[in-house]
Design a protein around this ligand. Sequence first.
Ligand code: FES
Ligand code: MG
Length: 572
Amino acid sequence: MSKKKLRSQEWYGRTGKDGFIYRSWMKNQGLPHHLFEGEKPVIGICNTWSEFTPCNAHFKELAESLKQGIWEAGGFPLEFPVMSLGECSIKPTAMLFRNLASMDVEESIRANPMDGVVLMCGCDKTTPSLVMGAASVDLPTMVISGGPMLVGRFKGRKIGTSDIWRLAEDFKMGRISQEEMIEAEAAMSRSRGSCAPMGTASTMAAMVESLGLSLPDNATIPAADSRRKVLAHMTGIRIVEMVKEDMKMSKILTRKAFENSIMVNAALGGSTNFILHLTAIAKRIGVEIDLTDFDHFSAKIPLIANVQPSGEYWVEDLFYAGGLPAVMREIESALHRDEITANGKTIGENISKAECYDRELIGTMEKPIKPDSGIAVLKGNLCPSGAVIKPSAATPGLLTHTGKAVVFETIDDFKAKVDDPNLDVDENSVLVLKNVGPKGYPGMPEVGNMTLPKKILEKGIKDMVRISDGRMSGTGFGTVVLHVSPESAIGGPLALVQDGDMIELNVPNRTLNLLISDEEFEKRKAAFKPLELPYDRGYVNLFLDRVNQAHDGVDFDFLQGSSGSEVKRDSH
Ligand code: FES
Ligand code: MG
């Protein structure tokens, strides 16, 4: 292979004053001069370690394994921190800051002397923010995820994040005490790693694996398993080779790779958040995908993995059953097998030897876990730019349903009214929550799977049709229509719904309609007043000004596309 001058030599390979400045302070870390002579590719390790992001708290240790691999392969690792978004800690929602973190990542990669980069991703938003930022620079890039937690045990039963929603109902109904809740907290989070079900974190880890940005098995090796460190070590070795091969992200992230990822997500029953993040990543790298692609490519694929919240088991179990390669092998006939991946092999080559060790965990195309999977994209007068629902996590009987709207104008209105015994609601009602979209909340929080009114729960009812312009946790379930676009805060039709209106959901036909006359619809539209959005400074002000709607991935309009990796001017 002809040797290309390394990008990092634009800094370290200079003579005189400039070279002195770029190298001298680096040497205060005890780094010998030969490291700067252009023989060893500089590999940035983009680390989202933070003690406020517990799901990524083991990343300092994991980074050491990466570094060993990079050194072994003749590279020069340099680790750097970026904004870390802990789903469980950040208010009002980590999604508000996904784009901010992606800007941090993009500028940190471009501005620094690195030839390739490894993205250390774990908790939900830490994956899309890093991949989005890196895609806008387009260096050779790999992802290593932190891995899922070991499954917890509480009172003899297995417990993971999906159980929060069940425990919350039990607590609301007085079936479980505060003391028991505290015990359950510790039982659930018994090991390092991200959420144990196929929530957004594992959905994102599977997304990068199916796109080809990581080594095989990245999605499922448990965080606490020593093989996770081996994977990091091997990732370190491979990224150095990728730099030598000049294998940039854009060579991997083709339209067909995105199609593969949509099909794999369907097979997994992955999070609805996948839609927003994959759309945003595609727009960064310049691949055209839209909501209809999610429906179209999902429709071919049944639910193959029996993992919560769509199925019964956990990501840890899925690893023992053969992991993501075994799931992908079952849908191989639908996948684009020739897509190249980070290890230099095709998807087809990567999964050719994968085996299923447990049919309870991994179904087949002929005998799937469930016939319905993936994501259904709805259209209608209530969501002209689309809305989404995850049929595999819904109640089959409610997928075709017409009911009377019970409207909550804001999240505060919902909290104040939902358990009011006088609320005019029954199990056939449709709960409508407004102003939880990208601008309305702001940040599009995971409140779409509203807990049911107490008086409904008391009847033993477990699900109702719920509609909002917000999101749902990847661990959530129910007949929940999400991402209604355009959102209510900017005058989307959801804003026009009133108590008592009839709403018709028909998932087989992919429709969602408000059953009022056109005349009444227009009258309400004319009377609409936008929500007051009381933010006049700082990042939130920028967010409100420039954020796109859900169907466009909730990215900032000015961040779509790439600025490449070149920086023309020096710092002194
Ligand atoms: Fe971090 Fe679930 S809260 S992965
Ligand atoms: Mg989540």
